[in-house]
Design a protein around this ligand. Structure first.
Ligand SMILES: Nc1ncnc2c1ncn2[C@@H]1O[C@H](COP(=O)(O)OP(=O)(O)OP(=O)(O)O)[C@@H](O)[C@H]1O
Ligand SMILES: [Mg+2]
Length: 393
């Protein structure tokens, strides 16, 4: 289905979607989501808003196939969210980061890359770029268990993008992040949207949502209470605002007279606009950075990962195919059996452990890299690989 106005393809479609949690004796505990309909179109950033317990995370878990709806239906890319093909196209940042605390930042990304069957070379290249992008390159070899909340959020976000997803689902992505991290995540979301990616964000930080979302759904008690584009919902069409360069005293006085004569006693305000606290804060921190003041936390993120940019994708695809010819087969991720994910933890863990062992074994066969000097060397090797495949020398 297409959006009748924008002509964009539908990515998510929920019809009569409901989820009721029941207790051990099958007695109803909570109607978390109650008969909601919504659609998300390609290239949109949709904000999922609502107070605590309003059903945001439950909706997201149904979108991911982690929970079964009690009633209604949900499709993602036209298929069940439980289909492996659909899962391969989704990136997910959970409300709480579930990380193996003894793995380093680099190993964490490598591990998630392995779950998507990426080759060892591809995993390493993407991990390097993502760590750089989220500002964690300098702590790449520290176990993630030692990370601060904001640092854990950053590695969680990097992990959500390891498969270059078409649909990114972010449950409170800016929670625990400092204002620099928030700004970077917002910029990243906007960048991904420009590349045609679809993003669903749940957040309590309404300012952030306002900065990045095209459309919002406001849930209360599991029901959609309001939905629409920010323009539709927020524009106050009964007022006007004019912003100009600083006006000379004489012009201001003439303006005030015109307004008084025409507004017939109604109140009006002429003042100076204020910058946002976010802008001001970022200026102060950037100044400290330019003076090389030391910090042991996350650094400002770097460039957006190259593989997430359109122009580098073909090269990467070719690299992957070169790797497939030479690398041993990864164990295949079996299709999930029916039943709620919560009941499957034992089996899933076994599967994940098997993949992790394979990933570690595969990694051992690679020469140890010393970042970032070796990156140029890797790039050279990779381009050589590609040109060899093309028959160019
Ligand atoms: N596994 C579960 N078992 C029982 N009840 C649950 C479960 N998960 C969620 N709920 C209930 O469903 C309702 C919606 O919860 P949900 O986590 O979706 O809210 P939320 O909008 O994400 O809230 P928050 O803003 O606090 O993250 C709540 O009443 C919650 O107690
Ligand atoms: Mg939640």
């Amino acid at each position: 289905m297409q959006n009748p106005i924008s002509g964009k393809e539908s990515v998510v479609k929920a019809v009569g979607l409901s989820k009721e949690f029941r207790d051990f004796w099958n007695r109803p505990k909570a109607k978390a989501v109650n008969d909601i309909d919504f659609e998300v179109y390609e290239g949109e950033v949709l904000g999922l808003l609502g107070p605590n317990g309003s059903g945001k995370s439950t909706t997201i878990k149904m979108l991911l196939g982690l929970l079964y709806p009690t009633a209604g239906s949900i499709t993602v890319f036209g298929e069940s969210p439980r289909s492996v093909r659909t899962k391969m196209r989704i990136g997910y940042l959970p409300e709480e980061s579930y990380l193996y605390k003894y793995l380093t930042a680099m190993e964490t990304l490598d591990f998630f890359g392995a779950l998507f069957n990426l080759s060892a070379v591809e995993r390493r290249s993407r991990s390097e770029q993502l760590l750089e992008m989220v500002g964690l390159s300098h702590v790449r070899n520290r176990p993630v268990g030692e990370f601060s909340k904001g640092m854990a959020r950053r590695i969680g976000l990097a992990q959500a993008m390891i498969n270059d997803p078409d649909l990114l689902i972010l449950d409170e992505p800016t929670s625990g992040l400092d204002p620099i991290g928030c700004k970077e995540i917002k910029d990243l979301i906007t960048f991904l949207q420009k590349r045609g990616k679809t993003v669903i964000v749940s957040s309590h930080l309404l300012g952030d949502v306002e900065d990045i979302c095209n459309r919002v759904l406001i849930l209360y008690g599991g029901v959609i209470r309001a939905s629409g584009t920010l323009d539709e919902l927020l524009t106050i069409s009964s007022s006007s605002r004019i912003t100009t360069p600083l006006l000379e005293q004489g012009i201001t006085e003439r303006l005030v007279k015109i307004l008084r004569d025409n507004l017939k006693g109604e109140e009006f305000v002429i003042d100076h606009p204020r910058r946002t606290l976010e802008d001001f804060f970022l200026d102060v921190v950037n100044k400290a950075r330019s003076e090389s003041v030391k910090t042991y936390g996350a650094e400002g993120g770097g460039e957006i990962a190259g593989y997430l940019k359109e122009e580098s994708r073909d090269v990467l695809k070719e690299l992957v195919s070169v790797q497939k010819e030479t690398k041993p087969e990864m164990p295949v991720v079996e299709k999930e059996e029916e039943g709620e994910a919560e009941d499957e933890s034992g089996k899933s863990r076994e599967k994940i452990d098997r993949l992790a062992t394979h990933a570690v074994e595969e990694k051992k066969q690679l020469p140890e890299l010393k970042p970032p000097e070796d990156r140029e060397e890797i790039n050279k090797k990779l381009s050589h690989l590609v040109s060899k495949k093309d028959g160019k020398h």
